[in-house]
Design a protein around this ligand. Sequence first.
Ligand code: 5RP
Length: 242
Amino acid sequence: MNTEEQKKAAAQAAVDLVRPGMKIGLGTGSTANYFIDLLGAKVREGFDVKAVPTSRASYDRAKNNGITLITLEEFPRLDLTVDGADEFDGNFNLIKGGGGALLMEKIVASSSRYMFVIADESKKVTRLGKFPLPIEVVPFGFKATAWKIENALKSCNLAAKLTVRVKDGKPFQTDAGNIIVDAAIGWIPDPVKLSNLLNILPGVVDHGLFIGICGRVLLGTKDGVKQLDKPPNTPPAKMRKQ
Ligand code: 5RP
């Protein structure tokens, strides 16, 4: 299977795991789009499901597919979120936000009982960080925030090149009206520590490290879809040595 076939096959495997009556989170990105389209096809055959989208793009796609949309205000707890990822490691920690939807993706995934990642095999890494880490910051004082991010990275002995994401010649704007700073780090030796450091910086709204949220990866490979489950004895992120 080529990359697109792997993404689609992973999405189909996730659709097969959705049970009638579930309330699910819909991710954002090309792999999540396959999931939305395949789920939509099932909905049009009468399958009952309700969903919270994680971006305007996924909202539009799900609506066009006839999927019943709900909000987290109406239903604060979801059964399952299915989303793509830019990278996942052996601890099922993720880098997300390549599509700029990380804030809502993290809110929705962390409000769900389970998060399944659907991915092609290029997303599996031994160590996170080859993909630049997206960091969502408020526009006010963003250069001061970038300086604080650099200092936080230095305190972890990381030297990263920070770039403000641009689209159509202007700073990319997230659905929440924020800016994305992409941090080209290279290798993140301690994702938990870095996540905690970034979480407390004024001006940082959120970042693309998803720690301890994903429990299963449906991985499209050349030879078919592999279901990877997080070992039950993996301690929750906050209990791991920081
Ligand atoms: C969007 C994301 C996506 O899940 C991630 O970028 C993967 O995208 P794709 O499925 O297109 O490779 O985090 O914010």
